[in-house]
Design a protein around this ligand. Sequence first.
Ligand code: ADP
Ligand code: ADP
Length: 220
Amino acid sequence: STAIEATGLVKRYGRRGAAALDDCSFRLPTGRISALVGPNGAGKSTLLAIAAGLMRQTSGQLEVLGGVPGESRAKVAYLSQDKPLHPQLSIADTLRLGAELNPERWDGAYAAKIVEQGDLDPKARIRSLSGGQRTRVALALALGKRPELMLLDEPMADLDPLARHELMGTLMADAAEHGTTVLMSSHIVAELADACDHLLLLGDGRIRLGGGIDDLTRAH
Ligand code: ADP
Ligand code: ADP
């Protein structure tokens, strides 16, 4: 079935601006990891923010988990590029905050497991963590909601190759275990190719290529 469906989606910032998203139509399958790739300025962040319900499109439609974006916010986790964590809090306090913000769905044991897999001390403060470690905490916070859909904006930025590998492993394990649908962006295709079954290539706000990796890479 379909997790996200766009039909003629358009986003303009301001009345006279160029379209950051220009007549985009696509479908993303449920329970798969999809890669949203394209150069800087292609419209990736814009698409993810609209899907997360943080911003409205100018025209066209975007259906997320069968409804209007934002309507299903409890079932959607969004990881922005700047990963807003409070630097002075410990990891444990950060997760406690996650529990408070998502009382119905919170799975604390699962969030703690994601932190543990990164060999992180729950008592460590966010400000003492590396970029990769912060990403792991942000991921634990997102996955602790047990979301049906994960939207990740450039999660690999600032990560070294090992941390990237570990992040992909965590996401793939989660998708396999819980059937979570993942849409993650990057401006580097190679980072995502191994882990993704579906690809959406954006250029200048338009969909340049979309489909299953197997279909796209099979020789014709
Ligand atoms: P990407 O995430 O692929 O780098 P963005 O979605 O951030 O692309 O940006 C798409 C286009 O929209 C770019 O031309 C960018 O400059 C423009 N844009 C993004 N955010 C804003 C904003 N808040 N106001 C005006 N223009 C914006
Ligand atoms: P990304 O590539 O992920 O979109 P950017 O560095 O382009 O990251 O954007 C960082 C922030 O600046 C975002 O909040 C975005 O909305 C805003 N922004 C991007 N381009 C513009 C623009 N042309 N005018 C105003 N704000 C912008």
